[in-house]
Design a protein around this ligand. Structure first.
Ligand code: ZN
Length: 300
């Protein structure tokens, strides 16, 4: 083994907190911290201070990998690469990772939080051995990352799977949805805040309520079936706080299978979808694992 492996600066940037780590290219973390997201005016200087101190204690940083909340420009060809765009988070619109990380004179790769988590799961978690894998978070927001052959997919920008509109029967579910843009899109109907606003409780607290679980599962299954039809992934991973509700993943499997109605047949789609639709293998470490992998990618 080399005496001095290059060090990667990794950031998992979430809406509430940033996890920052200094890691070896093999994924071993040598320093780690947690910084409140708050505003860039407080978060960015703390981030720079962490990396300065950690690299002084270990060695220079060879590359940065960032897996971030958004919307954010993730197109390496764009002049605004790494800049938050239409995020509703106060203070973050226009903030750019290069402004804080540029001082370290190392290449910077910026991708979305879900693409990062998907990459982490593909490398070391529930997506191992897959050619194509989709990772969806159902939490404060909803989003999907798709990794194919070890690379995350995008179009002119990142995907926005949380804003598809599932069928919504107002007789069964009078809640109109709460997305400021679309009302009853998936995020407006099935995110953690939507569940709380509809029932005054989290889905965890409603776990005994089969009708509530089935309703939310139906919305999520609409996305799951769409992901199958659009990307034919080898596996679907569903994480995020809402997915921890007892009985939810089972209900999503049942309803996804029913929506697909036997049309897509492949050994990957096992009867009951127990191997096909799974929860994350890395738990809460998927994001930082992916951020390290993004940084390693920048070395190439
Ligand atoms: Zn929406």
């Amino acid at each position: 083994m080399e005496a001095t492996q290059p060090l990667i600066g990794a950031i998992e940037a979430g809406g509430t907190k940033f996890i920052a780590a200094l890691a070896r290219a093999d994924g071993t973390i040598v320093a780690r911290t947690r910084i409140p997201t708050d505003t860039p005016a407080t978060c960015f200087p703390a981030l720079a201070a962490f990396f300065r101190e950690a690299s002084a204690a270990h060695s220079a940083i060879a590359a940065f990998g960032v897996a971030s909340f958004g919307p954010i420009d993730i197109d390496p060809q764009s002049p605004a690469y790494g800049t938050f765009t239409t995020t509703p988070k106060p203070g973050w619109q226009g903030a750019r990772f290069h402004d804080v990380l540029g001082q370290f004179d190392a290449p910077i790769v910026v991708d979305t939080d879900v693409n990062g988590a998907c990459l982490g799961e593909w490398l070391k978690g529930a997506g191992q051995g897959c050619r194509t894998v989709a990772y969806t978070t159902i939490g404060t927001g909803i989003g999907t990352g798709v990794v194919s052959n070890g690379r995350s997919l995008m179009g002119f920008t990142h995907f926005e799977s949380g804003h598809i509109k599932p069928p919504h029967d107002p007789a069964r579910d009078p809640f109109p949805g709460m997305c400021p843009y679309h009302g009853g899109c998936l995020e407006g109907l099935a995110s953690g805040p939507a569940i709380l606003k509809r029932w005054g409780k989290s889905l965890d607290q409603l776990a005994g309520d089969a009708a509530a679980i089935d309703l939310v599962a139906g919305y999520i299954a609409h996305l799951a079936a769409s992901l199958v039809l659009l990307h034919m992934p080898d596996r679907l991973i569903f994480g995020g706080g809402v997915m921890k509700a007892p009985g939810l993943v089972e209900a999503v499997r049942r309803q996804t299978e029913s929506l697909l109605a036997g049309y897509v047949r492949h050994p990957r789609l096992d009867a009951g979808l127990e191997r096909y639709i799974v929860t994350p293998g890395l738990g809460d470490d998927a994001g930082i694992t992916g951020a390290i992998a993004l940084g390693v990618g920048a070395l190439r």
